[in-house]
Structures are given as C-alpha cells and as structure tokens.
Design a protein around this ligand. Sequence first.
Ligand code: SF4
Ligand code: SF4
Length: 102
Amino acid sequence: MDKIDLILDTCKKCGNCCRDTIPLISDSEIEVWTKNNDVEILNNIEPYMRWHTFKKKNNACTFFDGEKCLIHDKKPESCRLFPHSKDSAIELDCDLFDLLNK
Ligand code: SF4
Ligand code: SF4
C-alpha cells in the first residue's frame, strides 16, 4: 500500500478537522483565488490574527457540508497538511499524525 492509500485508509472521515479547527489561509492563496475569480471562496474569508481563515457556519468551516469539503480541489495548504501537531491530533482523535511521522 503506498502512502496516499495508507492516509486514505487511516482517515476515519470523521470531519473533526473541518468541524473543530480553523484553516489558516496565506496571502498567496488569496491571490490565486482572486486571479481565478473564485468569488464564493473569497466572500467567505475573514481576518484571523496575522493570517486569514474561512468564516464559520454552525461552528464548522463554512465549506464543510457535514460529510466532505465542498472546495476539496482548492482547499488551503493548511487543510492538506492537517494534523499539524501531536496535540491537535490527540484532541481531535485523528490517527494521521502518527502515520505521517513514523
Ligand atoms: S480529523 Fe483526521 S481522521 Fe478525521 S477526517 Fe480529519 S484527517 Fe480524517
Ligand atoms: S476548507 Fe475544506 S478541508 Fe479545509 S477546513 Fe474547510 S471544509 Fe475542511
């Protein structure tokens, strides 16, 4: 099994990473969405500390429909790199950190 298959197999599809975290968005990602005129994405961005993030809906990321990411192909790198730390993996009951850091 290659690494991608292992990741897909290990991810429980619980959605905790979209429900209980805040994706960090960089200026360069905003530039790309602006260039591509991704209006729906741009309209759902708000400032967060020295970064940006997506607005929330029912306390989850606005692009989480309860089962999946509605902008999967365009989601920020911080979503692709989740979980960022052992602590966040434990907090959200995610096994991917251990898999990716063996
Ligand atoms: S929290 Fe972890 S196991 Fe759950 S959906 Fe996100 S990546 Fe998958
Ligand atoms: S952009 Fe997609 S993957 Fe990232 S937190 Fe929102 S719903 Fe989840």
